[in-house]
Write a protein that binds this ligand. Structure first.
Ligand code: AMP
Ligand code: ZN
Length: 312
């Protein structure tokens, strides 16, 4: 008989360093890399119910798209990601060349030598957020109609930020509602969602606060951009503390990109004016972990309003 999977919790007798270690073993299985985990049936049950709950909040007008975990490298470069977050980006690499050349590389691995130096970048990157592929797609369609556009998108995303904390994964699911329209439409969308999100968190029994935030722009120049982003209040986050002493974790974000993406991709309204864009992102895994951290592992004992909201 094979040995059961090794839990993520600390071995008996050892003090767990992560205060969430007591729930980790029931939710995740290790896969040999920090921040990359297999999810258990219990975890997936809640993640699926949460997804359905979010779907229930979706505007009927929304166009639904589900993306693979990879996207065009050229599109992501053009979007400014490489300039702003080069440290977080993962690029898909592959072996090229003749059969003999590729065999030689594989043999190097067989001989205990490094083979990865022979990899070359492909034209794909691992998507770092769900909304990036939307903008070039919309631009291809021509001018946006009056009243703008709304999308419901999701992707398994990657960010190179290895950590042992359950709220900082390298590979996680991101669901987003993306709005493209006039500056007023984006403002209304974002403000509407900020109000709604607090109500949703209350319904799910999750304590939360809304705070102005910034993205982790790279380097010293990046810090200046982050300050400006904060001053203009272009990003808000819904923060949830996983336990009483915890520093709250950002579980949702509300982003106003202004003309950033429409300028890069030439997205215009019906009169030829540059559109604005904005998105609301739900970190599916952070929200799922939050539900377990706050309510415990026994679903039967979760507060009735939470169970009702999640149709459990
Ligand atoms: P952002 O694009 O940085 O605003 O991220 C959108 C959402 O994705 C956040 O509000 C989090 O819920 C989630 N998220 C971001 N980074 C991570 C991570 N390293 N691990 C898990 N979830 C994350
Ligand atoms: Zn987005």
């Amino acid at each position: 008989m094979s040995k059961g999977p090794e839990p993520l919790s600390a071995p008996p007798g050892e003090t767990p360093t992560d205060p969430l270690a007591h729930i980790a073993g029931a939710l995740f299985r290790p896969m040999g890399a920090d921040g990359v985990y297999a999810r258990t049936a219990l975890y997936e049950l809640v993640a699926e119910r949460l997804e359905r709950y979010i779907t229930g909040q979706r505007d009927a007008q929304a166009e639904i798209l589900r993306f693979p975990p990879v996207m065009s490298r050229q599109q992501l470069e053009k979007s400014g990601y490489l300039k702003n977050f080069p440290n977080l980006l993962g690029c898909v690499c592959a072996l090229r060349g003749s059969e003999a050349a590729i065999h030689a590389v594989v043999d190097r691995h067989g001989a205990g030598e490094d083979w990865t130096g022979s990899l070359t970048a492909s034209d794909l990157v691992l998507s770092p957020a769900a909304c990036y592929p939307v903008y070039p797609m919309v631009a291809e369609r021509g001018r946006i109609p009056s009243g703008g556009l709304l999308f419901d998108v999701e992707a398994d995303v990657f960010r190179h930020e290895p950590s042992r904390n359950l709220d900082r994964l390298q590979s996680f699911r991101m669901r987003e509602f993306v709005r493209i329209g006039s500056p007023q439409e984006i403002q209304d969308f974002r403000e509407g969602w900020m109000t709604r999100a607090s109500a949703l968190a209350a319904e799910l029994g999750l304590p939360c606060s809304l705070e102005v935030a910034s993205d982790p722009f790279f380097g010293r120049v990046g810090q200046v951009i982050a300050v400006s982003q904060r001053q203009q209040a272009l990003k808000f986050e819904l923060l949830i503390p996983y336990h009483t002493e915890a520093t709250p974790t950002a579980c949702m974000s509300f982003n106003d990109h202004r003309e950033h993406f429409s300028q890069l991709w030439a997205i215009h309204d019906e009169r030829g004016k540059l559109a604005h864009t904005g998105c609301v992102a739900f970190g599916i895994d952070r929200l799922t972990v939050a539900l377990f951290a706050v309510h415990g592992l026994d679903l039967e004992k979760w507060p009735p309003p939470t169970r009702l909201a999640l149709a459990m």
